[in-house]
Ligand binder design. Structure first.
Ligand code: NAD
Length: 350
């Protein structure tokens, strides 16, 4: 049996779900859309999806099994709770809400009405992330102690609502939520301290980027950075372990690994002239001292996002994206805002 899904918010991401992610899905069919904007209703018509005249009409339609929320972030909570009350399953775009408290209310409603609520943390399936997670899990560079995860763009903050606080705009909520979610999936340890700074170089009321340093109880330190004013990009991932360093430059998986050799033919580096000085510390290691390798094949989740949604609805599987995990990320975002606001390192037990 196929489940019937209606998309609420037929903008950039809503239409991407319909026309790309769910296009050939055999278990879920998109039967309609609801958007408050006439132009987006017309676009839905052109794309061949029935348009509903009101959200209530979607809720009242017994044929609807799943509602996908793909509106700006400020209305996710009210739309989600109304859908759960109407006994619909709900898939919600990230960031799930603006504040963690709102997610707690949604989680209560999902339990009360016994319906699925799952957040589309799609970047858990990104190849660059899965490759770095494999390197981490298999100790390919020894025990990892430093993680740098970045995305750099040069186009400023996109769209209209992403510039505004009341809609949940800003890059920490928009892109930060992806990178922080990936980090917490990778590192299985409590967070003990957080430092952060937000960037406002474009003059918006919300951040156009940020840097945060997160320290875990197991000693790992992570630098997470999002920038929208970077005309030269730094690598997507730079990770150091006790035996080497791993680099992934981009989403196309350009990158490599360098590990150190500890064999008998190990050669100490020779001093080099660097700038106006002499250095052995910063001299490149000799060829015999290191091995350069390709990035390893990565381990994939066994199911795709929507496959897992169906399996959870049918009570065959646990959710791959758990609401408690999403809640932890939302709480971390609040600590990051606090650290940046106070310009202090915040001690925590998250
Ligand atoms: P968008 O502005 O392109 O689209 C949002 C649509 O929602 C608009 O058409 C708007 O008219 C409609 N809308 C607003 N309020 C509504 C309401 N109350 N009821 C019905 N429709 C309403 O924005 P977008 O870029 O598509 O972002 C939408 C959501 O998707 C956001 O939460 C965003 O963070 C998320 N998103 C996720 C990813 C991802 O990779 N997971 C990528 C982009 C966007």
């Amino acid at each position: 049996m196929a489940y019937n899904l209606v998309i609420v918010g037929y903008g950039g991401m809503g239409s991407y779900h319909a026309n790309t992610i769910l296009k050939d899905n055999e278990s879920i069919q998109v039967i309609g859309t609801f958007d408050i904007d006439e132009a987006r209703k017309a676009a839905s018509d052109v794309d061949g999806y029935k348009t509903y005249d009101s959200y209530q009409a979607v809720l009242d339609d017994n044929a609807v099994d799943i509602i996908l929320i793909a509106t700006p972030n400020d209305v996710h909570k009210e739309l989600a709770i109304a859908a759960l009350q109407a006994k619909k399953h709900v898939v919600c775009e990230k960031p799930v809400t603006i504040h963690s408290k709102e997610l707690e209310e949604i989680m209560d409603a999902a339990i009360q009405h016994d319906r699925l609520f799952m957040v589309h943390q799609n970047r858990r399936w990104d190849e660059d992330f899965l490759t770095m997670k494999t390197i981490y899990d298999k100790n390919v560079v020894g025990n990892v102690f430093q993680i740098e995860s970045r995305v750099h763009g040069a186009n400023g903050i996109p769209g209209d609502w992403r510039h505004l606080k009341e809609y949940g705009g800003g890059m920490l909520l928009d892109w930060g939520v992806h990178l922080l979610d990936q980090l917490l999936v990778m590192v299985d340890s409590r967070i003990t301290s957080v430092y952060a700074n937000l960037s406002f170089v474009l003059g918006d009321e919300v951040d156009d980027g940020f840097q945060t340093v997160i320290t875990f109880e197991n000693g790992i330190q992570a630098l997470i950075e999002v920038g929208t004013t970077n005309f030269i990009q730094l690598p997507r991932w730079y990770v150091k372990g006790t035996e080497g360093t791993a680099l992934i430059n981009d989403w196309s998986l350009n990158g490599h690994i360098v590990t150190q050799n500890r064999g008998a033919d190990f050669e100490h580096p020779k001093p080099i002239k660097a700038g106006k000085g002499l250095t052995k510390t910063m001299a490149p290691p000799s060829e015999k001292a290191i091995t350069k390798s390709e990035l390893p094949a990565y381990d994939s989740p066994t199911e795709g996002f929507y496959e897992n949604v169906v399996a959870v609805i049918e009570k065959r599987e646990e959710p791959y994206v758990k609401n408690e995990e999403v809640l932890r990320v939302m709480r971390l975002i609040e600590v990051i805002f606090e650290a940046a606001d106070k310009n202090e390192v915040i001690k925590t037990r998250l």
